[in-house]
Design a protein around this ligand. Sequence first.
Ligand code: ADP
Ligand code: MG
Length: 248
Amino acid sequence: MISIRDLRVAYGPRVVAHVPALDVGAGECVAIVGESGSGKSTTLLAALGLTEGATVSGEVSVCGVDVLRARPRALRAIRGSKAALVIQSPQAALSPTTRLGVLMRRALKLHGVTGPGGIERLMAQACEAVMLDPMILRRYPHEISGGQAQRFAIALAIALGAEVILADEPTSALDVTVQAEVVGVLRRLREERGLALLIVSHDLALVSTIADRVLVMKDGQVVEAGPAEQVFTRPGHPYTRELLEALP
Ligand code: ADP
Ligand code: MG
């Protein structure tokens, strides 16, 4: 679903992210970890063609679209439907005066999604898939918690037919118990719906509970990559060991 080869993203003369290879198949979860400023978000945004002002080279394919060469229109089409970006604090991006149901209905109509049983049914099912009571659709963004907002963002992606979710620090703004809830939802969706997940996080403890493979980034470079079990139990790079030792 996602395939990246020799991706380089530069702002001016400075290469801020270089990723030799990254693949995420259906039902797989790959995580990018590393300290702040290591190039994680840049890599994620480049995968969706969203690094404005940057010089980008290499090969990026998402849901069969050649991201670095596709026309803006083709890119907008996959971004809105097949590939969804989930950000740290989605609440801020929601219009405060619009009920969640209105917002979701509008997004579905915009993309021409109706669902076999009708739009209302599709919306309720998407809520249930992320363990939200569909009654939440009557609420305004400020009336829900951070964890609910994050699950709503995922529900919206699912309703729109997302096959790939790219999540940038999806749980960093949440309490520990709520983090587990959101990760639980993502894990279920990848198992039940074969969703492909690319997650960026500085939280190794959380990543270890969901990722199949891990890329460790430092100063824009991938210093280590491999199966999560291997990276976490037998880290090959001193920087990975440092990250692991910093865990509580
Ligand atoms: P991370 O997500 O790992 O914290 P980022 O990918 O956001 O790191 O940033 C990597 C580096 O790229 C940082 O040094 C940041 O300052 C730089 N950077 C990110 N976006 C821009 C931009 N739009 N213009 C210039 N530099 C940027
Ligand atoms: Mg970031």
